[in-house]
Design a protein around this ligand. Structure first.
Ligand code: OXD
Ligand code: MN
Length: 648
């Protein structure tokens, strides 16, 4: 066994020592977080075939990785919330008794780092020293995880220093689950090949994270979904704050008034695009604070203050273009890790809908050659000369649909640096939030924007959110609408009914509930009968954000309808309605209407989702006493009110 290094913090030592004994690595490296070390790890990965170095002229300090075919997205079926009682994990989570799970996983971890280096990553979720920030220690045998964590979080010596002798942290263990025999050559993407051998496990009471068998971002970068959402949501409930799957942005009006908005959309539904959007409305400026996660704490004045706990963007590559998100593309210009995109002959990268002509020939995400399409220079196919129709029919994509870029936030040209550093007017409070948006991909029924009539109504709207399933998760339901309350379905660290109650409590416990953010539901994805999008999205979404700001200021009236407050058509500013994408006034009219029939079905589906949660809760309660939690009555009441208003 190699010797466990010394740490000033005894608890850090104990965590590393425990796993050193179980995993028996060949070597232990404590990650310093320095640039030199980061580059050295990347270059070592190039040498052993796990990274491809991209052209240093066009993509300085950028690398490409290709994952194993089994390891391309989050594995929700293998993700567990192991609270002591099943009822505390609730109806939306997979659960196993924590002792049983530990015994099972310990078998997998035994000797799992043989032939590998164990890296110890001290990391911060949030700016080091900010009062909202939390800390973690991730042990991993994956250098890919180390360099991605270096981008996505603040890592290294500064964190250990901050932790001092007795600082608190979330202990995390990760292994790709692929020990090497003496002399055995490593593969490009080591992982446990069978889905059943992968485990992404949270122990919410002990506040620990154990992950095994996957190298994919959401399964392996444990600061992100496992800590900043699942474990943090439980911490937040216990301590009276909120950990949410939300972007954070700063919007400045032509009058120079600043607003801060958060938005919760499910995975791969445009959070990164909205977080970095270039407003089409003249005079409006948008800046980014975060694109995926927000931690919100109530202030003494009743407002909610937010920080982005992350340090980079783990964005979906396909569809990211100079039209859809130029600021994301610019964020990938240097120091970025690409996973499962196409390699071009000049050492650059390419993906579908990048808005860039495909090279004549390239290497696809599986490492096979791919070729420009015969009749569309923006597509690639698996054989030379294939037509667009042939490629479409074959279902082939050259970059995986969930291929990703891991880009440092500091590269983002529109980063709100102060907000990103957790500062507001020079104080480390995080930024005060004026509005919370919920949304999803909904081809029908859901209007462009809908304002909640009250906090409780807003919580109802969030609880009712649904979206088409995307490739961000390994699923056989891609494209089908599933309920995804608050875009948190895969990320609740505890019982969903308690989570709804916690949202409601934020109003009851607020120092001044009139200062809570206003809540909106938006939908950029309505489609006409011909399948065409009825709203251009992207920069045109600034028209909706302006309306929201005007509502906050009480400057415009709204249609009060059974489902919420909708804009008057005249109040959606159509200035600068020019260019490739445009608002079509008839479509706008249609997506601002209440589709009574559609809504009657929608509300019934929301009711059915509540019933499903409650049915599972009563099944659990029979076996485990009468502690079953139900969807809060206040939400059932909104459901009943909307149902009867629609019937009138
Ligand atoms: C993500 C996700 O990677 O939600 O952010 O899947
Ligand atoms: Mn996400």
């Amino acid at each position: 066994m190699v010797k466990t290094p010394k740490f000033a913090n005894e608890k850090v030592f104990a965590w590393v020592d425990k796993w050193n004994k179980v995993c028996t690595p060949d070597k232990i490296v404590v990650v310093s977080g320095s640039k030199k070390e980061h580059i050295a790890i990347c270059e070592a990965m190039v040498k052993n075939g796990q990274f491809i170095k991209l052209n240093p002229k066009t993509r300085p300090e950028c690398y490409l990785a290709r994952s194993h075919e089994s390891d391309v997205a989050r594995v929700e079926g293998r993700t567990f919330i192991c609270s002591k009682r099943e009822i505390d994990a609730g109806p939306t989570n997979h659960w196993m008794d924590p002792d049983q799970m530990k015994a099972l996983m310990l078998k997998s971890y035994k000797g799992c780092m043989k032939g590998r280096t164990m890296y110890v990553i001290p990391y911060a979720m949030g700016p080091i020293g900010n009062p909202i920030t939390q800390y973690g220690i991730e042990i991993t045998d994956s250098p890919y995880v180390v360099v991605n964590m270096n981008i996505m979080t603040r890592t290294g010596d500064a964190v250990l220093k901050h932790l001092g002798n007795d600082g608190e942290f979330i202990p995390c263990i990760h292994s790709v689950g692929a020990p090497l025999k003496k002399g055995q050559k490593d593969v490009a993407w080591p992982c446990a090949k069978n889905i059943e051998d992968k485990f992404i496990t949270q122990f919410p009471e002990e506040r620990q994270i154990w992950s095994f068998g996957s190298g994919y971002g959401g399964n392996a970068l444990l600061g992100k979904k496992c800590f900043a959402l699942r474990i943090a949501s439980k911490l937040a409930k216990d301590q009276g704050w909120m950990a949410e799957h939300m972007l954070i942005l700063t919007l400045t009006s032509p009058e120079r008034k600043q607003y801060h908005l958060t938005a919760a959309f499910p995975s791969a539904c445009g959070k990164t695009n909205l977080a970095m959007m270039q407003p089409k409305l003249p005079g409006w400026k948008l800046q980014t604070i975060g694109d995926d996660i927000a931690w919100l704490k109530p202030g003494d004045d009743g407002r909610l203050y937010a920080i982005n706990p992350e340090n980079g963007f783990f964005g979906v590559a396909p569809g990211t273009s100079m039209d859809s998100n130029p600021n994301a593309l610019k964020s990938c210009k240097k120091g970025t890790i690409f996973t499962n995109v196409v390699l071009t002959p000049d050492g650059d990268i390419w993906w579908e809908d990048m808005g860039v002509k495909a090279p004549k020939e390239g290497v696809d995400w599986k490492g096979n050659p791919c070729y420009v399409c015969a009749d569309d220079p923006y597509r690639m196919g698996p054989k030379p000369g294939m037509t667009k129709k042939e490629i479409k029919e074959s279902g082939y994509v050259a970059a995986h649909k969930n291929s990703r870029f891991t880009a440092p936030a500091e590269n983002c040209p529109v980063l709100d640096k102060a907000g990103f550093n957790g500062l507001w007017r020079g104080k480390p409070t995080g930024v005060p939030i004026d509005a919370i948006l919920f949304g999803g991909r909904r081809p029908s029924t859901i209007p462009l924007v809908n304002e909640a009539k009250s906090w409780t109504h807003g919580v109802f709207m969030g609880s009712a959110a649904g979206s088409e399933v995307t490739a961000a998760v390994i699923s056989d339901q891609i494209g089908q609408v599933r309920r995804d309350p608050m875009a948190m379905l895969p990320f609740f660290g505890y019982n969903v009914a308690d989570y709804f109650q916690h949202w409601l409590e934020m109003e009851r416990t607020s120092a001044d509930a009139t200062k809570l953010p206003k809540i909106y539901f938006v939908n950029w994805f309505r489609k006409g009968e011909d399948g065409r999008f009825m709203w251009p999205g992207f920069g045109d979404n600034s028209r909706v954000l302006k309306w929201i700001c005007q509502r906050i200021e009480g400057q415009v009236r709204a249609h009060v309808t059974p489902i919420g407050n909708l804009p008057l058509e005249k109040d959606i500013d159509l200035a600068n309605n020019e260019g490739k994408f445009k608002v079509v006034p008839e479509d706008l009219r249609a997506i601002l209407k209440v589709d009574k029939e559609g809504w009657t079905k929608e509300i019934a589906a929301v009711g059915a989702s509540y019933d499903e949660y409650d049915a599972k809760a009563s099944k659990d309660s029979k076996a485990r006493s009468a502690t079953a939690r139900r969807v809060p009555k206040a939400l059932r009441q909104v459901l009943a009110d909307v149902t009867s208003a629609l019937a009138r």
